[in-house]
Design a protein around this ligand. Structure first.
Ligand code: AMP
Length: 379
């Protein structure tokens, strides 16, 4: 089968790699350059989008910020999965919040802001501190403000007003600041018959709003909560494919922070740690194939490589360390690849993650150094 993926980044690349053994051929569409490209080489194909749509069996997406005319065109073909509604909700925080409420899923109290009056109402209704997020276009902590005291409100309003003026479709979502203990996420798949298979939860460490370290964890109570919320959202959307839900863990109670209607960075550990990785399961779901097992086969952690295009080759001497490069040009802070580290049992995984600190600088990989420090304190 031929699968057209909207977006030509690392997620499309890893889908292509995972699909090959099943004879699933992936081609990618770069929405920025409007070109159909090979997902690994990014070489332009002599094909228009309309031709690629006609020649593919299934169309899916690797990101949610897809220009509306492209999404509509693909939806009209009847081949697009998951639903366009899911993609739109993932790309617009207003729709996302409405969806979570509609699915009866716990999330942070919020208000929508279009003008200064709305802003003042949000402060009065929700209280401080507030987290303010642009409804459109924000990701990895971009387009966000923290309002801690009333004294900062004029300065923050000034910045938000500029953003609102640039685009009449834009709005700000004001959210209560959630004093969470940690952040976790669930990645799972739903097939065309409504069968759901979820992976074990991942615990996620973000540095400056960007995911740095993800570790698959065994937390049965949280897993049950997360599974139920996953099911509620996926069923409400009649979703087909891999979906991720990110949560705040507040004293053992999960609140959804956001959803990602696609394969997700916090599911990259599944390449080494699960029976079937998230990329294969996404393709299986959208191609109408049975889902693969999401069972944990090895305790695994994933470390993002940000803004670096080389690592000490000694890392490859570590038997339980796997490097995945994305073939991208180096840019500060850019997601360039990731490392999956495994262990046969949790203690071995901890040891293997700690072993990486001898090769990886703390300024470039702060999360693993923090992890190692915490481990030293608890043993
Ligand atoms: P987001 O782009 O919504 O995932 O936000 C980026 C990061 O900001 C999250 O991973 C959290 O660490 C933090 N964050 C977002 N929303 C809130 C909130 N309502 N309360 C506390 N921290 C938040």
């Amino acid at each position: 089968m031929k699968v057209l993926v909207l977006g030509s980044g690392q997620l499309a690349r890893m889908m292509a790699l995972a699909g090959a053994p099943l004879n699933l051929t992936v081609i990618a569409y770069d929405v920025t350059s409007n070109a159909v490209v090979h997902p690994l080489t990014l070489q332009e194909q002599s094909q228009s989008l309309a031709q690629a749509i006609a020649q593919s069996d299934v169309i899916t997406a690797e990101f949610e910020h897809i220009p509306e005319p492209i999404l509509s065109l693909c939806a009209e073909s009847g081949k697009f999965l998951p639903t366009p509604e899911a993609i739109r909700a993932g790309g617009d925080r207003r729709l996302e919040k409405a969806l979570l409420d509609d699915a009866n899923v716990n999330n942070a109290p919020y208000a929508i802001i279009h003008n200064r009056v709305d802003f003042d109402h949000a402060i009065a209704a929700i209280g401080l501190p507030l987290v303010l997020k642009s409804a459109l276009g924000g990701y990895d902590g971009k387009g966000q403000w923290r309002l801690k005291t009333a004294a900062e409100s004029d300065a923050i309003w000034h910045e938000m007003a500029q953003l609102l003026e640039q685009d009449s479709r834009q709005a700000i979502v004001a959210e209560a600041f959630i004093p969470f203990d940690r952040e976790v996420s669930i990645v799972g798949a739903r097939d065309k018959n409504g069968h759901i298979a979820v992976y074990p939860l991942a615990e996620n460490v973000h540095i400056n709003g960007v995911l740095s370290l993800s570790t698959a964890i065994d937390a049965p109570e949280l897993q049950t909560q997360a599974h139920a919320m996953f099911e509620a959202v996926a069923t409400r959307l009649n979703y087909v494919g891999v979906l991720a839900l990110e949560f705040f863990d507040v004293n053992g109670e999960l609140l959804v922070n956001e959803i990602a209607p696609r394969v997700h960075n916090s599911g990259h550990w599944t390449q080494q740690g699960a029976e079937t990785c998230q990329f294969e399961n996404h393709l299986r779901a959208v191609c109408g194939l049975p889902l693969g097992s999401t069972k944990l086969v090895r305790h695994t952690a994933m470390i993002n490589i940000l803004g670096e295009d080389a690592l000490p080759t000694q890392l490859l001497t570590l038997p339980e360390c796997h490097i995945h490069w994305y073939g991208k040009e180096k840019r500060a802070g850019r997601k360039m690849g990731h490392i999956n580290v495994c262990g046969d049992f949790p203690g071995e995984l901890q040891r293997n993650v700690c072993a990486l600190t001898q090769w990886l600088d703390s300024d470039k990989f702060p999360a693993i150094h923090q992890f190692a420090k915490q481990f030293e304190l608890t043993t």
